[in-house]
Design a protein around this ligand. Sequence first.
Ligand SMILES: Cc1ncc(COP(=O)(O)O)c(C=O)c1O
Length: 374
Amino acid sequence: VEEAHVTSIPWNTPDPGALKSRIPTPALLIDLEAMEHNLARMADFFRHQTSRLRPHFKTHKCPILAHKQIQAGAIGITCAKLSEAEVLVETGISSLLIANQVVDPAKIARLAQLASQCQLIVAVDDAANLRQISEITSRLGSVIEVVIEIDVGLGRSGVQPGEAALPLAQLASGLPGVHFAGLLGYEGHTVFEIDLERRRQNVESAMTGLVKTADLLRQAGLRVEIVSAGGTGTAFLTGAYPGVTEVEAGSYIFMDAKYHKLGLPFRRALTLLATVVSVPHSRRAIIDAGMKSLTTDNGLPEIVSPANLRLLRLSEEHGTLEVDPTQSPIHVGDRVELVPSHVCTTVNLHDQYIVMRGEVVEDVWPISARGKAY
Ligand SMILES: Cc1ncc(COP(=O)(O)O)c(C=O)c1O
């Protein structure tokens, strides 16, 4: 038992130089070339904008990738949760936006601790929460930056665009322990809109509301430094919208089957490698990857190879495939590669990325913030 505990490298971690055909499955693979293309393509867009990229960590949950994004020009990282921010601060990331509310006093105390180690920005949409943050941070002697969240059409958290933000922003700028930094408004209702013209119009109306709210606060004498918005499907529109200062896109680094349909200039860089464990008859094959390796909140994943297969359903540890028997036959032990339908939720099921350069393992990167949902 003791020996099992001291083994730090899991047995399913392949050595660098190993061939794809030798990787134990299910395994999450990064296609380095495609990922590097995505990093460079997004960095190239922001090189020509006044807005900046602050990519969302929830997509990959891997500090190694966050540092690559910063090296490529990102001004910091966006997180969904405090526990994600804690992982990143430990690795030396110096500017973090938590695009979410933090309401538990114990968590706010941890936020205050983090704020003494980095620039920390958190979203608020409630006066009592804001007062509580102020009370705790000022007692602990630190200062947290706050952005007021605006509901720009998603119908999730946030106050409505316009006047509703003013009392909150004024309160934030008068309280000790907090610094009013600006606004956050995520147009998640339109990031997957296939029709580019409709997506453009939706971004236009969402960002008009957000930027007008920022102007209204400025007219009231407040300094609005941050206007944050944007996802992968809207990054090129939102990032070019006058008045938006930073973009929170995340999925662009890997893409997935759902985003792929939009025809964006990003490549699919993340796949799940599985093995056929049973061929009960000529039209059916079963793989060793089910809902504990792949998610279905955005529909079923897509099979990229081999071509004669169709995924019918996932159960816990099985994927059921339909085989086209007129094509080359499938055997137990064959490999199947799938593109997740939603990378952000899929990544959270795995401990590590197997980093591939072509057919060869180049490295293995831990998904350190996997499960960090608190
Ligand atoms: C607050 C917030 N910002 C940005 C994003 C952008 O993510 P993506 O690029 O994956 O669409 C999301 C995704 O859910 C989000 O919740």
